[in-house]
Write a protein that binds this ligand. Sequence first.
Ligand code: NAD
Ligand code: TDX
Length: 341
Amino acid sequence: MRVLVTGGAGFIGTNFVLWLLHTVPDVRVTVLDAMTSAVMTNNFIYARRGSREDSVWDHFEFVRGDVRDRDVLFPLVKDSDVVVHLAAESHNDWSLENPDLFVDTNVMGTLAVLEAVRHYGVRLHHVSTDEVFGDLPLDSGVFTATSPYRPSSPYSASKAGADHLVRAWTRSFDLPVTLSIASNNYGPYQHIEKFIPRQVTELLEGRPMRLYGSGVHVRDWIHVSDHCRALWAIVTGGELGKTYLIGGACEVSNSDIAALVLDQGTWSLPASEAVVHVADRPGHDVRYALDSRETTAELGWAPNIPLAQGIRDTITWYTNNRAWWQEAKAATEQRYRARGQ
Ligand code: NAD
Ligand code: TDX
């Protein structure tokens, strides 16, 4: 199968592509990625070091380009059996600083992908986020596939806009499309702007973890490799037109994640100095929770990496791969400090 992965050089994309190349026989993968600021290092050059002879790379092609550039996108879609659309601006905090970029990339990028798959009749899997539903109170509720859209940040609104286009194009033009909505991913190759890798790398630098506001906010965490397995299960066995929820069944507050990071690693800072509370995120969503039982029942998929083990492995990965993140660290922290975070 020929798979085109837009945004394939980002966090989830890199993990998905590496998983495909090493797991699925006869797969051919093309990545289209603009290598925006969300990309710190060329992950494929990085991942190939030491495994250049590995024949899986014969099945891989990288194209640097913008998903909105139809001259680049259309021929790649034409040569594919399925498109997995991950390309997006992905960080809530930066969406507060530059909303135009998020709407342009996430809405217009998805429009370009839809027009391309419509033109060539190619199957599409569109990747979305639980944030399109807005947030839940701390003590009750869970999102299902029929929950109303109620996004609260420019990022989540742009993802919601993209999802609406996907559903409208699917119905109006009878396109072969599936859509998935995932909860918070963590694992290797995640940009250090995001919560868990930021805290791990702060500790590795000998500085405390930085919690927004009180730290009571809750996310449902899923290891990225569990997400990747779900994506492939949908691409190969999902029902066209359907939306699949992919959660980790693992709701944890940010304070408790910080405690777990502290517990699962060996750090130079004493525990009493390991956390500081910083300015809260404006409009900060309180809690997300996804009910993925229908995905499990239909596709036989379930998350299987326990959080403590996943966090431990993630700490080990960032400890052993300083070269991957070190260069971006100072600039990322400078950007945060300007926000009081
Ligand atoms: P990421 O920022 O690490 O990766 C996004 C990739 O898209 C980057 O490689 C970037 O260079 C690329 N990109 C951005 N603009 C582009 C453009 N105009 N043309 C081509 N490529 C472009 O983000 P991620 O965490 O890997 O997220 C991937 C997708 O999954 C996004 O659509 C995101 O909304 C969704 N998602 C992420 C999570 C999560 O927890 N990380 C959860 C649910 C859904
Ligand atoms: O330094 C921090 N301190 C902190 O307390 C950072 C970076 C974050 N936080 C909090 C904010 C959130 O409550 O941690 C939580 C997680 O923050 P992010 O990693 O920024 O993730 P979130 O905003 O929940 O969005 C993520 O999940 C859904 C991804 O970034 C999105 O791309 C995805 O769609």
